[in-house]
Design a protein around this ligand. Structure first.
Ligand SMILES: Cc1ncc(COP(=O)(O)O)c(C=O)c1O
Length: 357
């Protein structure tokens, strides 16, 4: 420390050791931004119109997001209290971990998975337990159940798995729940559910798993299929008491009335939005086929992204994509995640990946 360094407040060692969240790279005007699994389509005019009818900005929003919770309640045939809305589903993950795990407790998740997971237990003072994916980049639910101890408070299951792509099946999830103590929270993170086409995939809402298993909370988001990433709105469906705990740890008033209105307008326009999802899914299959035809070992892609396991070549390969105006997301030493974006990006990705073989 030099004499001019100011004395700063003491930071908890676990926090000081963590890197702050790093977003996928922004793209220049001519580049395709394929680093954050966003939706490439412009917002629907009806959604933009809804943004004009929000609460005046000098007023706070409705802290309970009651209109959106009621609407989702009707959509999924649950009571509004069985729905929780927050500023993105990542906020709900944070709230649920804070509500269940603290010093000495453990939170299990698969790895590699969503890059926000590792910090969640650490911020809560708890310990994260990472269970490696299988060789084909899927959750190893048997190993995750084996990892449960008396200290386990929560388990996160991500399906389809970000960043690798494969789903968990209904049968696998049912067998897993059969092995997990019923007082351990199981968070089923289904951020990309609308893009899934694989037969047999678990669907926590359609199967109403939270009814038979009150320890299961299903997470969904308006950021991906519904294209509202910039407005920050996601939701959970589960047992009222468990969601009350998330409502307690959450920062009040963080869902703006713009976000709530846009989410309701998106539910009104669901058919139109799901047509766009079908376009993205079709691009995804062309992308996967093209990459496999070039000899890349691409795992089953069930989200709006594909995974290229590049290992040690990851950073150099990511640089090659960026040179070609394709801003992808590298995970050093492991692989590259590429979001399914604009139509013109599809053939360019395949060309760059072919040159990398
Ligand atoms: C698996 C998974 N869960 C949750 C999220 C969070 O989404 P949001 O906070 O935008 O709802 C993401 C975002 O990339 C994700 O990939």
């Amino acid at each position: 420390m030099s004499v001019s360094d100011p004395i700063l407040p003491r930071i908890r060692p676990a926090i000081a050791a963590l890197a702050p969240y790093r977003q996928g790279k922004q793209a220049g005007p001519d580049a395709f931004k394929l680093s954050s699994n966003e939706n490439p389509f412009d917002p629907l005019p009806s959604v933009v119109a809804a943004l004009q009818h929000t609460t005046p900005v000098n007023r706070y929003p409705d802290a309970t997001a009651a209109r959106l919770r009621e609407r989702l309640g009707v959509r999924y045939d649950v009571r509004p209290d069985e729905v929780h809305v927050a500023a993105g589903s990542v906020s709900i993950l944070h709230q649920l971990i804070l509500a269940t795990a603290s010093v000495g407790d453990e939170v299990i998740y698969a790895w590699r998975s969503f890059e926000a997971y590792p910090s969640l237990p650490l911020v809560a003072g708890a310990t994260g337990v990472q269970v490696p994916l299988t060789a084909d980049s899927r959750h190893d639910l048997d190993a995750m159940a084996d990892a449960v101890t008396v200290r386990t408070r929560a388990i996160i299951v991500c399906t389809p798995n970000n960043p690798t792509g494969p789903i968990v099946t209904s049968a696998e999830f049912a067998a897993f729940l059969g092995r997990v103590p019923s007082d351990v929270l199981v968070i089923l993170d289904e951020a990309y559910a609308e893009f899934v086409t694989a037969p047999g995939a678990v669907d926590g809402l359609a199967e109403r798993i939270f009814e038979r298993h009150p320890n299961v909370v299903v997470l969904r988001t308006f950021s991906k299929a519904y294209g509202l990433a910039g407005l920050r709105v996601g939701y959970a469906i589960g047992h009222e008491k468990v969601l009350d705990a998330a409502r307690t740890t959450g920062i009040p008033l963080s869902v703006t009335s713009s976000a709530e209105n846009a989410a309701i307008a998106s539910l009104d326009a669901e058919d139109e939005l799901l047509e766009r999802v079908a376009v993205i899914v079709e691009r995804r299959s062309r992308l996967v086929d093209g990459l496999r035809a070039e000899g890349w070992d691409v795992p089953d892609a069930q989200g709006n992204f594909v995974w290229l396991p590049m290992g040690e070549r990851t950073d150099a390969a990511a640089a090659a994509f960026v040179e070609n105006d394709l801003v992808v997301r590298p995970f050093s030493g492991d692989g590259i995640r590429i979001s399914v974006g604009e139509e013109e990006s599809v053939s360019r990705i395949i060309e760059v990946a072919a040159a990398l073989r």
